[in-house]
Design a protein. Sequence first.
Length: 364
Amino acid sequence: MPRFLAVVLALTLTATACGDDADSDSPAADVVADEHATPSTTEPPSTTAPTTTQAPVESEAFPLSDALCDDPANMTTLLESPSADAALSAGEFNADEIERMAAAPTDGPIYLFTATSYRESAEYPDSRDSDLTGRDAAELHDPAELLTAIGARTVYEADVDNQIDGDDIVWESITIVEYPCPVALLTMITHPDYQASAIHETAGSDRSVSVVADLAPILPPTDPDQSEAAFPPTAEDPSFDLIHLMDFHDIAQYEPGANEPERTGREAWDTYQASGTGASAQLGHYPTAVLEVQGVLSGDDRTFDQLLMVHLTRRAGIEALLDDSTRQDGRYPRYAALQNNYSMITYPDLSQIPYAGSGAESQE
């Protein structure tokens, strides 16, 4: 057994014997956006699929089942299987995150958030001929049947209409998948059928980052269709989501000489949120999900802390929020709070993220 899997397996056995339980809470959500952001209209060109067949699927795969979360020992059995051995030893996935999930194999549900940017033209690792664009190649990877087999489901899909904050990486699509537990997720991504299909995603993706997160409790909105908002959505100017993928400073980085107490980055973010909660609520904006990031599974050496999704009424509502003086006065802590951040506008094709703690009362 490779040393990597031996370490993970030892950790799994310890966790199975001792148990593991963790919870996290999240502050209420708020929003910042750019009034100059404009929707894109470019459609990808039509293409043809590659003629070369996929690599053969190996045998001795750990079986897919919707009962994987019933027994923590399934994690041990999975990690001993030849298919998981090969997939996890290849170095694609973050070893620290695999170990963390192995320590709590049946806790769930958990959520896998993936942001992707695409190559201009597909580049297959086996050098096959292809005239596909990167996006079209990546879309040939369709794990829907495998997800169903393990009791998982895609809960969010969207193209990024406009990235209004971040660095030189411009993300183009967002996907969030709900898995019943970590052992189900690892069974999925190490299964030979998944690996054979994922070659298309590898060929098409220029960059991607996948983070594992827990859904934090928030209150459901009182006006989910935003019909009573000051600027209700219209057919010409529909509602949209603003997604923040955030990494907080350990200690908030205020400008030298600032008259501010020492705060953590998260505490500074909470201060920023509090400054705009009232204005956002009056305009009909509301959070749809807060996910506390537990670790980066693949694609990036950086860490992230929180994924915040806010549903906004329409562009006119954003402009009104940005004009709110209380909101503007409170923006200073935001810059002190964030070490890394991507803010992306999306018009989702699928949005079915549940409200954690659905028994809570609605937002006021």
